[in-house]
Structure formats: C-alpha cells, structure tokens
Design a binder for this molecule. Structure first.
Ligand SMILES: NC(=O)c1ccc[n+]([C@@H]2O[C@H](COP(=O)([O-])OP(=O)(O)OC[C@H]3O[C@@H](n4cnc5c(N)ncnc54)[C@H](O)[C@@H]3O)[C@@H](O)[C@H]2O)c1
Length: 259
C-alpha cells in the first residue's frame, strides 16, 4: 500500500508494537511522528526509522501534551491522516483485592482515557480535512477478560466500545476508526506481568509461544483483516459519504400475527 504524502502519529512508538507500526507506515511512504513518554527511546526510534520521522516526547494521559503533539504534526506537515493509539501498560497483574486505587486509575488513564484524548484532538483536525484513519490497539483482554488483569481488561473493553461509538459518529465524514485486539506479543510489556499470568495467556493460544513473536508483517495482517489496509490503499475519500444502510421496508404482517 502506498501512503505517500500521508502523515501519521503513533503513540507509544519508541519500542514494541508501536515501533513496528511506525516503521511499517514509514516504509509505505508516510511521514511518521513517534510519540512516547520515554523521550530518549523515542528519539532513538525516530532516527532508526529514518529521515522524515519526528520524535515527540509526551504523556498521552495529559490533555495539554496530547493537544500540542497533534498541533506539532499539523504545524510541521500541514495535516494528520493517520492516528494509531498504541501506548499502553498492563499494570501489575494481581487479583482485585490487592489492587490500590492508584493501580486502577493509572491503567484506566494510560490505556483508555488517553485514547479518548488522542481521538478527540485528532478528529478535530480530520473533520477539517474530510479524511482520516484511526487505529486503536485494544487487546484480547478487552474481549475475554483476563484474571489478575481487571483494570487492563476493563480499559481495553472500553477502547473497543469507544472505537465502535466513534466509528459510527465519523464514518460519513471520511474518517474510519478501527480497533485491533492482539493476544500475546513478545515485547517489554510482558515484563509488567507475573510469569504465571503470561503463561496462562500463552496457554490459551492454539499455536503457543511461536505465535507470540513480534513481526511487523503480522501487525499488518491484523490491520488488513480489520479492513484498515484496504481503506488505506483504496481511494482516499474526501468528504466521502457512504450511503447509510436503510431499514428494508417491513413485510406486511401475516394475517392474525401481531405486527
Ligand atoms: N504485547 C502484547 O502482548 C500485547 C497484547 C495485546 C495488546 N497490546 C497492546 O499493544 C500496545 C503496545 O504494547 P507493547 O507490547 O508494544 O508495549 P511496550 O511496553 O513494548 O511499549 C509501550 C510503549 O508505550 C509507552 N508509553 C507508556 N505509557 C505512556 C504514556 N503515558 N504516554 C506515552 N507513551 C507511553 C512506553 O514508553 C512504551 O514505549 C499496548 O496498548 C498494549 O496494551 C499488547
């Protein structure tokens, strides 16, 4: 797919899945902003990806930092075509009775509130352009609910709900919103969890640990399955208004049956 002249902002892109996504977008021709809380690793990632890549040190839980990150992209490149909400943490993997209020709030802030903040800032720009793509990195935890990961599972279920609601708000304005829900990928994120939790999650994967290797191609496969790459590589709609499905006319009620 060609993303020539497109611009992208990827959060949590200093390492792991975010770095793979940012690298792939850049390889496909996009100018990419690598946003991360870890300023040094973010700068290193941006220079590794290559020329035309911008590093932004920011905390996605802070409204002002998110808004100035989006403004920086627009000031530098004139537009924001793609937002990937990838920054995330699992938090400690412990049962609910061992969780503090702070454990709960931090995971909800980093994994869910951040997606709201970034989507809100980006959508304001994308509405003006009449075009945009948003990909939220959720998790199988948000679909299945993982024991010892109550805040994380809750936040990721929230990301899936946010994605569905926002997609319906903006799909007639040229903005498509998708979520991807990976299972276990071998990144530094796994170090935040107890080994017993990671082992349990891996044991649920039919292909086992072999399926957990971090591969950029795999991420693109997920995106393709979600219909993301098809929409990226197809015509880039400007003020595109796909027809809304209309309810089919009701069949007349059979005699004697309530309508
Ligand atoms: N690795 C997995 O098994 C897995 C599975 C399902 C979903 N995910 C999701 O994929 C995403 C990326 O995970 P990963 O495995 O690459 O993790 P990772 O720990 O390797 O990378 C996460 C990045 O996010 C950054 N980050 C954390 N808090 C931030 C903040 N407040 N502001 C800005 N940046 C921040 C970190 O500095 C780090 O560079 C996360 O949302 C995660 O929940 C991962």
């Amino acid at each position: 797919m060609s993303l020539d002249k497109k611009t992208a902002l990827v959060t949590g892109a200093a390492r792991g899945i975010g770095l793979s996504i940012a690298s792939r977008l850049a390889a496909d021709g996009a100018r990419v902003a690598v946003l991360d809380l870890d300023a040094e690793a973010g700068r290193a990632a941006a220079s590794k990806i290559g020329a035309g890549t911008m590093a932004i040190a920011a905390d996605v839980t802070k409204t002002s930092e998110v808004e100035s990150a989006v403004s920086r992209v627009v000031e530098q490149w004139g537009r924001l075509d793609i937002l990937v909400n990838n920054a995330g943490i699992t938090g400690r993997s412990v049962p609910i009775w061992e969780l503090s209020d702070e454990d709960w709030r931090r995971v909800i802030d980093v994994d869910l509130t951040s997606v709201f903040l970034c989507c809100r800032a980006a959508v304001k720009v994308m509405l003006g352009q009449g075009a945009g793509r948003i990909i939220n990195i959720a998790s199988i935890a948000g679909k299945e609910g993982n024991p010892t990961l109550v805040p994380y599972s809750t936040a990721k279920a929230g990301v899936i709900g946010l994605t569905k609601a926002l997609a319906k708000e903006v799909c007639t304005r040229g903005i498509l919103v998708h979520a991807v829900a990976p299972a276990v990928i071998d990144t530094e994120l796994l170090q935040q969890m107890e080994k017993s939790t990671v082992d349990l999650l891996v044991s649920k994967i039919p292909m086992g640990p072999a399926a957990c290797e971090l591969r950029a191609e795999a991420i693109c496969e997920w995106a393709e399955r979600a219909g993301v790459s098809r929409s990226w590589s197809g015509p880039w709609p400007r003020n595109h208004r796909p027809p809304c499905p209309r309810p089919s006319p009701r069949a007349p009620a059979a005699p004697g049956r309530p309508s």
